[in-house]
Design a protein around this ligand. Structure first.
Ligand code: G6P
Length: 372
């Protein structure tokens, strides 16, 4: 009903507007003066000290959150991390055992593919930790440990605020484990904790300054038939998420690629007029990668692509080649995904609205898939 949507035109619009709180509420109570400690994990230190491998299992948007989380988990804990689609995981005799931690991510906590992967891992002696947005759901009940995301109920089928909350929970988990294992100094943990605490205000800034611009731009693109997304490093899973959201709610063909892979195939797709979103790494913090991505942009621009750059405020290197620039505030590289995804969520929603589609209930999809 209109009342449930709190004045918003759709649940998705309401839920995108709640992305800042989703991050803030997930952080709350877990960072104190730069120390990251997740109270729900008290008494489980042995579990985190006794592992030598982490496998993150999830489906859909949650699997892209897992891919983002891998960069932080490995960088901060130095534990090798694999990400696997939950439905692929148990059908290939994976190498897991008591020294493996299986982290599952599920907004609903009821996705059957993810549940079966967790049960399978437990039967093979692995430890299991659930990142979930729904109190008391089946997957957390079946797991040894739980870290809830506090995004609040998500109604729209396409996941938005839960995605940023999932990345937040993974980062908190990584910093919690880094403290236990001594893989980061207290000072390093504090720096990252402060970066995370600063994210909600930065997302709010994007919503305040860019939303109208992006919606208008999406309107102009209402007849587009295909959109490509390119990203590198943590921007790569964000490119995949941008493409997924567009498929889910606009029914437009969309694909995400690792920018470095362009020359190995996808560049053949570029023809005049093809819109390509490019997530541009920070020129301050990732100068080398930023240059490579800008050169990717030049290559596809020369072949007629229309470039929509998602770039840090002040990055002028993209200006000569971009048809459209969507700005995000400054953040350390690992934290950029939490910002770069916001314009993509707004864009998908704006395009679906421009096409007159039901953004909350897209055809053929269910919010939670409880069959295998
Ligand atoms: C369904 C939804 C997706 C969601 C996926 C995983 O396919 O349509 O939006 O990302 O399930 O859901 P979960 O509840 O496990 O996060």
């Amino acid at each position: 009903s209109a009342a449930e949507k709190g004045g918003w035109s759709s649940f998705m619009a309401k839920e995108v507007s709640e992305e800042p709180e989703a991050v803030a509420n997930t952080v709350r109570g877990r960072i104190h003066d730069g120390v990251v400690q997740i109270p729900e994990l008290d008494g489980l230190d042995e579990m985190f000290l006794g592992i030598n491998r982490i496998v993150v299992v999830a489906c859909g948007t949650a699997a892209y959150a897992a891919m983002v989380g891998k960069y932080a988990l490995e960088q901060w804990t130095r534990i090798p991390v694999d990400v696997e689609l939950a439905h692929e995981f148990r059908y290939r005799d994976p190498v897991i055992g008591p020294d493996t931690l299986i982290v599952s991510i599920s907004q609903s906590g009821e996705t059957m593919d993810t549940l079966m992967a967790v049960k399978y891992a437990a039967s093979r002696g692995a430890k299991t930790l659930s990142i979930c947005n729904t109190q008391g759901a089946t997957i957390p009940r079946e797991s040894d440990a739980i870290v809830y995301t506090h995004a609040g109920p998500e109604v729209a089928v396409a996941s938005t605020k839960a995605f940023v909350a999932q990345i937040t929970a993974l980062y908190l988990l990584a910093l919690h484990v880094a403290r236990l294992r001594g893989s980061l100094t207290a000072a390093e943990i504090a720096v990252n904790a402060h970066e995370l605490e600063a994210i909600p205000a930065k997302i709010s800034e994007i919503l305040a300054t860019e939303q109208t611009h992006i919606e208008q731009f999406a309107h102009w693109m209402a007849d587009t038939r295909s959109v490509l997304f390119l990203g590198r490093h943590v921007g790569y899973p964000i490119a995949l998420e941008g493409a997924l959201k567009l498929k889910e709610i606009t029914y437009i063909h969309a694909e995400g690629f690792a920018a470095g892979e362009l020359k190995h195939g996808p560049i053949a797709l570029i023809e005049p007029g093809q819109p390509v979103f490019v997530i541009v790494p920070s020129p301050r913090e990732s100068a080398e990668l930023q240059k490579k991505v800008v050169s990717n942009i030049q290559e596809i621009r020369a072949r007629g692509a229309r470039i929509i750059a998602v770039a840090e405020a002040g990055d002028a290197a993209v200006l000569p080649y971009a048809d459209e620039v969507l700005r995000i505030p400054l953040a350390a590289p690992l934290f950029e995904p939490l910002l770069a995804v916001v314009p993509l969520h707004i864009f998908a929603m704006g395009l679906a609205n421009a096409k007159g589609l039901d953004v909350d209930q897209p055809r053929n999809l269910a919010k939670s898939v409880t069959v295998e």
